[in-house]
Write a protein that binds this ligand. Structure first.
Ligand SMILES: O=c1[nH]c(=O)c2[nH]c(=O)[nH]c2[nH]1
Length: 318
């Protein structure tokens, strides 16, 4: 005996072996299939300058008919996940793909128009944020820089009998306030060690997710400018957290600050239905041991920590 597992030569025999394992049928209330993390970079070349859009895409397809793939060993009409991967590149080529939201919408539209068997399609598009390089004070025409963990995310769920539902996300927006933050008047009991303060640093790696009014979803044909809305959302969030460039705004808690920022987004963006803001509170702890080292702590030397972090989050809705 060689110790090798005997190869299966007869398909019917293989089928019999397989089905023998299943002794009973159960229901299959949920199923789907898709491709995850398909990476694509699209470069748009104009005479004056280039534009680049890098994405990591997850696709998911839905059809009740595909129950047979799971339960009856029948792959008829199945859109293979490898085909879904190829589709990401084809749609990147054929469409503008200049925002993660529109790319997600266009992918879903492609799947639904191409395959009548599908009842729904979903695409999650994460955009790696490349920033145009600045050289000697001027925007470079083809040079790019990537900073930090930030991503722009677009999601589309498109059921055939409905309008596409689009969600946008700003992920990993990392901010630091070196003053204009305090935390006081909270419950003090025998478990409390944190001293109240009127002066501290505030930092978070924020995720903000917003949804759209229904009529935007209906208008997903390509005319809605998701990118410029994103610019407004980010600028309102930034203003809400930091306040005016000179002097800023005082934060009595991260809770109050993200609620304020959310309200500012809804005020500036009538097309946004609600915004979810998630902010792990990353602590910059005063390095008070300076005192024992013969130095004075003057709100100037801190120990950065990101674990454990507070988990402050809310949804602000109009
Ligand atoms: O802004 C804050 N909110 C809290 O709920 C909290 N809790 C804490 O220990 N520090 C802070 N900071």
């Amino acid at each position: 005996m060689s110790g090798r597992i005997a190869p299966v030569t007869d398909a019917a025999e293989a089928q019999a072996k397989l089905t023998k394992l299943r002794t009973q049928d159960f229901s299959l209330p949920v199923h789907s299939h898709g491709k995850a993390k398909v990476r694509v970079m699209k470069v748009v070349r104009t005479e004056a300058k280039h534009f680049c859009y890098e994405y990591s895409v997850d696709t998911t397809l839905y059809s009740p008919t595909y129950e047979r793939v799971f339960t009856a060993d029948d792959n008829t009409d199945l859109v293979a996940t490898d085909t879904q991967k190829n589709t990401v590149y084809v749609v990147a080529k054929r469409t503008k793909a200049d925002s993660p939201e529109q790319f997600a919408v266009d992918l879903c539209k492609h799947f639904l128009s191409e395959y009548s068997i599908l009842t729904g399609a979903e695409a999650l598009v994460r955009q790696v944020v490349w920033e145009r390089a600045v050289v000697d004070g001027s925007d470079h025409d083809h040079g790019w820089i990537k900073r930090g963990p930030e991503m722009n995310v677009g999601h589309c769920k498109f059921d055939r009998d409905d309008v596409p539902v689009v969600t946008s996300k700003l992920q990993g927006y990392t901010i630091f306030k070196s003053t204009q933050s305090g935390f006081a008047n909270y419950l003090q009991d025998k478990y409390t060690l944190l001293p109240p303060c009127e002066e501290r640093c505030l930092s978070t790696e924020m995720d903000a997710t917003w949804t759209y009014a229904r009529d935007i979803d209906g208008d997903c044909g390509g005319s809605f400018d998701y990118s410029s809305l994103r610019t407004t959302v980010v600028s309102e969030l930034t203003k809400g957290i930091f306040g005016p460039a000179s002097g800023g705004v005082f934060s009595v808690s991260l809770q109050a600050t993200i609620y304020d920022a959310g309200c500012m987004v809804l005020t500036a963006c009538p097309d946004v239905k609600n915004i979810k803001i998630e902010t792990p509170n990353k602590h910059y702890l005063p390095y008070r041991q300076l005192e024992t080292l013969g130095e004075t702590f003057e709100d100037d030397v801190f120990t950065p920590t990101d674990e454990p972090s507070g988990t402050i989050q809310c949804i602000v809705e109009r």
